[in-house]
Design a binder for this molecule. Structure first.
Ligand SMILES: [Zn+2]
Ligand SMILES: [Zn+2]
Length: 376
C-alpha cells in the first residue's frame, strides 16, 4: 500500500508557499536525492519518486488547487502526521488507496467530531453528506444544489445559551477549563469536568429558543461544483460550510461523499468505459458502420468484414475524463454477434444455399480446430 503523505510535507514547504518557493524546494531535494549523489540506493530512489510526484501536482496551479480541495488538507489526513483534532485519527482505516484524491474517503475517524472539552475558541463540527450522481454527470461534471440541516448559532442568545439578561457562569468545579486533572501515581490524567460537561460554563437560566445549547438546527442549501471525472469514493470538501465554531472558532467544513450510480449501458473502469454492442451476423461477415452510444453522445464504429463475436474496438478519448486533468480515457466497444432467430422460409432457403457454397476457407478457426483434434 503506498504511503499517502501530504505533498507539501514531502517538499517541506508550508501550504501557503508560492510557486517559486515550491520550485526551489523541489530543486534542492531533487539534487539531494539524485542517484549521482546517493549511489542509487533503493530508498533514495523511492524518495526521489515521491518528490517528483509531489512536485508534479504542486508545480501546476490547477492541479494544486484540486489537491487543496480534495486532498489532504490540514488535519484531514490521518497519515500525514499532525492530526490537530487528536485521538482517533486513522483508527480503523483499512481501505487500500493509491490515489491522493481517494485518501480522504473512509477516514471519518480523523474528522473533527463532537465538542472538545474546555473553554475558548472551538472549531465547528464538520458535516458529511452523500451525493448520488449519474455516470453522465460524473463524466461531464455538474453543478448540484444540496440541502441539509446544520446547527447555526442561536440568534436569541448569540450562542451563549443563556436567556436574555443572564450570563453563563464560570464552572466552579473546573474553573472554566472544562477539564479535571487527577493524579494517578506518576501519571496525571485529565478528563472532562462532570459538573459542566466539559463546557467550562454553567447556564442556570437557559435560552428558550435553543434550550441552552447555543445553536439551533436550520436548513441550508449550498451549490456545489462537481468536477468532471469523479468516481464513487471521491470526496469534495466545501470549506466553511460545516457547523459554526464556538467562542469565535472557525466554522467546520462540509464533506460531500460522491456515489456514482451504475449505468445499464456502460461499465466504468477508472477512465475506461466498456460497452457491449450487439451486431447482426451479416454485419459481422460483411463489415458495416454501426452506431454506438458513448457517455458524451453517439459515435460511429467501423466494424471490418470478418469480425468475430467478442472482438473489442477502442474509441480513443471517448471514455471518462481524469479527475486530475490527465486527459480522457477510451471507450472499449465489445461487439456481440447475434445469431438470428425466427427465420422465415425464404431466409432459411437463402442460408441453406449459403451453407452449400461455403467451405473451410470461410472458417479458418473451425479448420484449425479440425486439424488439431482430428488431423492425424
Ligand atoms: Zn439560544
Ligand atoms: Zn466544569
Amino acid at each position: 500500500m503506498p504511503q499517502a503523505q501530504d505533498l507539501y510535507e514531502i517538499l517541506g514547504v508550508p501550504r501557503g508557499a508560492s510557486q517559486d518557493e515550491i520550485r526551489k524546494a523541489y530543486l534542492k531535494l531533487a539534487h539531494k536525492y539524485h542517484p549521482d549523489k546517493t549511489g542509487g540506493n533503493k530508498e533514495a530512489e523511492d524518495k526521489l519518486k515521491e518528490i517528483n510526484a509531489a512536485y508534479d501536482v504542486l508545480k501546476n496551479p490547477e492541479k494544486r488547487e484540486k489537491y487543496d480541495r480534495f486532498g489532504a488538507a490540514d488535519g484531514s489526513n490521518p497519515f500525514g502526521g499532525g492530526n490537530p483534532f487528536g485521538g482517533q485519527g486513522g483508527e480503523g482505516f483499512e481501505a487500500p488507496f493509491d490515489d491522493f484524491f481517494d485518501m480522504l474517503f473512509g477516514q471519518q475517524g480523523g474528522r473533527r467530531g463532537g465538542r472538545r472539552a474546555g473553554g475558548g475558541a472551538q472549531p465547528g463540527n464538520d458535516l458529511e453528506l452523500r451525493l448520488s450522481l449519474t455516470l453522465k454527470e460524473a463524466a461531464k461534471g455538474a453543478k448540484k444544489k444540496v440541502r441539509f440541516n446544520r446547527n447555526e448559532t442561536c440568534g436569541d442568545c448569540n450562542g451563549s445559551g443563556a436567556a436574555a439578561g443572564s450570563q453563563p457562569q464560570t464552572c466552579s468545579e473546573c474553573g472554566g477549563s472544562g477539564q479535571i486533572r487527577a493524579a494517578h501515581g506518576f501519571f496525571s490524567v485529565t478528563r472532562p469536568c462532570h459538573r459542566c460537561g466539559g463546557a467550562g460554563k454553567i447556564i442556570s437560566n437557559p435560552c428558550k429558543s435553543c434550550g441552552g445549547a447555543g445553536q439551533v438546527k436550520q436548513s441550508r442549501e449550498v451549490s456545489v461544483d462537481i468536477p468532471a471525472g469523479v468516481d464513487t469514493g471521491s470526496q469534495l470538501r466545501v470549506t466553511g460550510e460545516g457547523e459554526p465554531g464556538r467562542g469565535g472558532g472557525p466554522r467546520g467544513d462540509l464533506y460531500i461523499a460522491i456515489q456514482v450510480q451504475s449505468d445499464e449501458r456502460f461499465r466504468r473502469d477508472g477512465t475506461t468505459i466498456l460497452c457491449e454492442v450487439p451486431i447482426s451476423f451479416t454485419q459481422a461477415a460483411l463489415g458495416d458502420t454501426v452506431r454506438v452510444p458513448t457517455i458524451s453522445g453517439e459515435a460511429e464504429l467501423k466494424v471490418p468484414a470478418g469480425t468475430q463475436t467478442g472482438a473489442q474496438f477502442r474509441l480513443r478519448g471517448l471514455g471518462m475524463p481524469d479527475l486530475r486533468g490527465y486527459g480522457t480515457g477510451d471507450q472499449i466497444v465489445k461487439v456481440v454477434v447475434e445469431t438470428p432467430k425466427k427465420l422465415s422460409k425464404r431466409q432459411k432457403e437463402l442460408l441453406k444455399e449459403f451453407q452449400e457454397i461455403s467451405d473451410q476457407e470461410n472458417y479458418p478457426l473451425y479448420r484449425r480446430f479440425l486439424d488439431s483434434f482430428f488431423g492425424d
